[in-house]
Design a protein. Structure first.
Length: 123
């Protein structure tokens, strides 16, 4: 590492690249402050764009008895495709979503009904 300012030498063999694993994330948009709860499908090699699927936002919803509750609402209600690409310059930060919110997001877009009793068998 002499003369490379702490960077590895060119002779180091590159590690085998692991396939990207899709995960639930919260994407905070820089210009609007909007937080998108979504599936991150990929981040391109140069780190310029991110591909996400099923973006939703957490929004206050009034229930039938007049009480306000928080719920996930689709971010793009009128588009045909559920996958979009965002410029990384428009994103302030990207973070893994809390488990209870991620489970609710999965439930919105899954055809399988998931039980609510975390690991418990309900008879």
């Amino acid at each position: 590492m002499s003369g490379n300012y702490g960077l590895p030498d060119e002779t180091v063999e590159p590690k085998e690249e692991q396939p990207f694993k899709v995960y639930k994330a919260t994407v905070h948009l820089k210009h609007t402050g909007t937080e998108l709860i979504c599936d991150v499908l990929s981040i391109n090699a140069e780190g310029r764009f991110i591909s996400i699927r099923n973006p939703t936002i957490l929004q206050q919803i009034s229930s039938g008895n007049g009480e306000a509750q928080m719920g996930l609402v689709p971010f793009l209600m009128t588009v045909k495709d559920d996958t979009i690409h965002l410029n990384m310059g428009d994103i302030l930060f990207l973070s893994e979503t809390r488990t209870e919110i991620a489970d609710q997001h999965t439930g919105m877009f899954s055809q399988i009904i998931q039980p609510q009793g975390k690991g418990k068998i309900i008879l």
